[in-house]
Design a protein around this ligand. Sequence first.
Ligand code: FE2
Length: 289
Amino acid sequence: MAQARLITRRRLLGLALTTGVAGGAVALRDTRWVEVTRHREVLPGLEPGHPPIRVVQLSDLHRGPFVDEGYLRRVADLAMEMKGDLLLVTGDFVSRNWNYAASCARALSVLSAPMGVWGVWGNNDNYGGRVPKIREAMDGIGLRVLVNESVALEPGLHLAGFDDHDTAGMDPVRAFSRVPKGAATIVMGHNPLEFGGMRLHGGVMFSGHTHGGQVAIWPVPALVAADTQGRVSGWYSRPGARLLVNRGIGTVNLPFRMFSRPEVAVVDLVADEEPPGGQGLMEKDRGTR
Ligand SMILES: [Fe+2]
């Protein structure tokens, strides 16, 4: 009897060790194994014949104790290789600590694009009223953060940014107040919950926040989905609008990722060239993910 118990204990110990080693190997593989994802989407309102607009999106950098400046610089260099017309950083520049803002800005200082480098705040940037310090750092590298406001990138093409849903006053009415009805509009909002704001104006929205679950092992993605109306990563739709939830670059709470690789998203936004009454790309893609 005693021998049987000893064998069972050894087996359990062996199983725990094997699981631990396998888990460690996955974490080592996935935490900084950046994936470039490529997409093509119709931007409603974009004039037919307009050349595609390439958006390169980074999200959730989380410069902090777990995410060093060198890694973020390599990601920024990779983003530049994608030759975007427009570069977006959708929040969580730091992990709840503005002391890392200058370092994050140094890493991102290589970013530039013909239509500019833009961002929105994430919940981690807003905690404890730390935004002014981060804004100062981002202003210094020419990265402009939109807070419930918009800019015209060119005649008929607008970029809007929401403030964070959880930690600040997300206000889509203000954000869209200077965007003409029906104009082609690209939107940034850190939290996928902010997709609700797109009921006021169509367009293509970019968010992050979820880290794709970060440790995408049950029940983590289900818990994240419960907080974001089921939007964890990839594309989502509502009438007249599309949302890309980016898995982000850094980590939060835990220093590793599993089965949810860091992501640089490259999205070519195109005009709907279908004849009137035809079914555009947006319709074809609706609800597929
Ligand atoms: Fe985040």
